[in-house]
Ligand binder design. Structure first.
Ligand code: AFP
Length: 351
């Protein structure tokens, strides 16, 4: 039997090595990332168990301690709050699951970071044993003292000091950036550690895939319809045709496109004029990651990282992924709704 490699780079070792490059670093951010990794492991264990609970009948299920099972997204939310709330590293938190700001635990001194998270994105996928994810975003607080305030969490995405996501798929992966590239770790269940598996991820400039929920095609602007037709291969002079892949869990769709090259779109549509995804919990952190990997993210026109949220649960259209593909969409949208959707331009017709 092959023995495991004893020189694996765990996430802790990697974070510490990165921190050493900055002699002025206090280690607080490193520890905060490690707290998040711990929360992710707790969530991963529960997600794995969710499958079997589903099979055994989860509704109203009672666990071994005789407690009623919590919904998994509520559990994930609590797990993250608990992994960070008592450490003295955080001044305030905000979660997609909570209407209001989350104050740090009473009696804990406030730290210098504001953390925002979507604890279990794509949670409806759990019922079908499909992947789900956690997304997080870290800012340095702006307020000077006491508990953090709204001002600390409503910052433009370009101010992030770290962001990342965890994907609970066939294996569990944690991908993060502190502004020094993007690094991916895979949870080794035999030792219970995230180990470095994808150092310095770079997204290909032109992607293989496009990911969008095309059942909304008829509700998009004509310009957006034209952009997606481009991915079908309707404008071969401007953009090569792509393969379609859509899981319906942002982290999983994003992760595939980050690794293999591709573009994810959640455009505005008639029923959702601002799109569906949240700026603070989904778009901004993934935009930080994608830019660090050499890609791009816009709302169709504006760079996501330049948008300043005005409220916690603000939504935004999102176009994110390989740089040339995101630029193609921006160019087509800039042409406006005047051009016909399906007709190829004469210059685009072959021969
Ligand atoms: P759920 O958490 O309700 O499953 O929503 C997931 C999500 O926010 C994101 O992960 C997906 O990319 C997107 O919604 C899918 O939305 P559509 O079902 O409208 O395509």
């Amino acid at each position: 039997m092959a023995l495991p490699n004893t020189s694996v780079i765990t996430i802790e070792r990697f974070i510490i090595a990165q921190e050493r490059q900055f002699p002025e670093a206090t280690g607080e951010l490193s520890n905060l990332l490690y707290d998040i990794a711990l929360g992710a492991k707790i969530i991963a264990a529960a997600v794995r168990r969710a499958g079997i609970l589903e099979i055994l009948g989860s509704a109203g299920a009672v666990n071994v301690q005789g407690e009623e099972q919590q919904k998994l997204d509520v559990f994930a939310n609590e797990a993250l709050k608990n992994s960070m709330g008592h450490t003295g590293r955080v001044a305030v938190m905000a979660s997609e699951e909570d209407e209001e700001l989350i104050a740090i635990s009473e009696g804990t001194p406030p730290g210098k970071y504001a953390v925002l998270f979507d604890p279990l994105d794509g949670s409806s996928n759990i019922d079908n044993n499909n992947p789900v994810g956690t997304i997080f975003s870290v800012y340095r607080r702006l307020s000077m003292e006491g508990n953090g305030t709204l001002k600390d969490v409503l910052q433009p995405g370009r101010n992030q000091v770290a962001a990342g996501y965890v994907m609970y798929g066939s294996s569990v992966m944690l991908v993060y950036s502190t502004g020094q590239g993007v690094h991916g770790f895979t949870l080794d269940p035999t030792i219970g550690e995230f180990v470095l598996s994808h150092p310095s991820l770079r997204i290909p400039p032109v992607g293989k895939y496009y990911s969008v929920n095309e059942s909304y095609f008829g509700r998009w602007s004509r310009a957006m319809q034209r952009a997606v037709r481009g991915f079908h291969g309707d404008f071969p002079d401007r953009i090569p045709a792509k393969n379609s892949r859509y899981i319906g869990a942002l982290v999983a769709d994003f992760h595939r496109n980050l690794v293999s090259g591709g573009i994810f779109l959640y455009p505005a549509e008639q029923n959702r004029p601002e799109g569906k995804l949240r700026l603070c919990y989904e778009a901004s952190p993934l935009a930080f990651i994608v830019e660090q990997a050499g890609g791009a993210a816009t709302d169709g026109a504006r760079r996501i990282l330049d948008l300043t949220p005005t409220w916690l649960h603000q939504r935004t259209p999102l176009v994110i992924g390989s740089k040339s593909d995101v630029e193609f969409v921006a160019a087509v949208l800039a042409e406006g709704d005047g051009l016909p959707v399906g007709n190829r331009r004469s210059s685009d017709r072959a021969g």
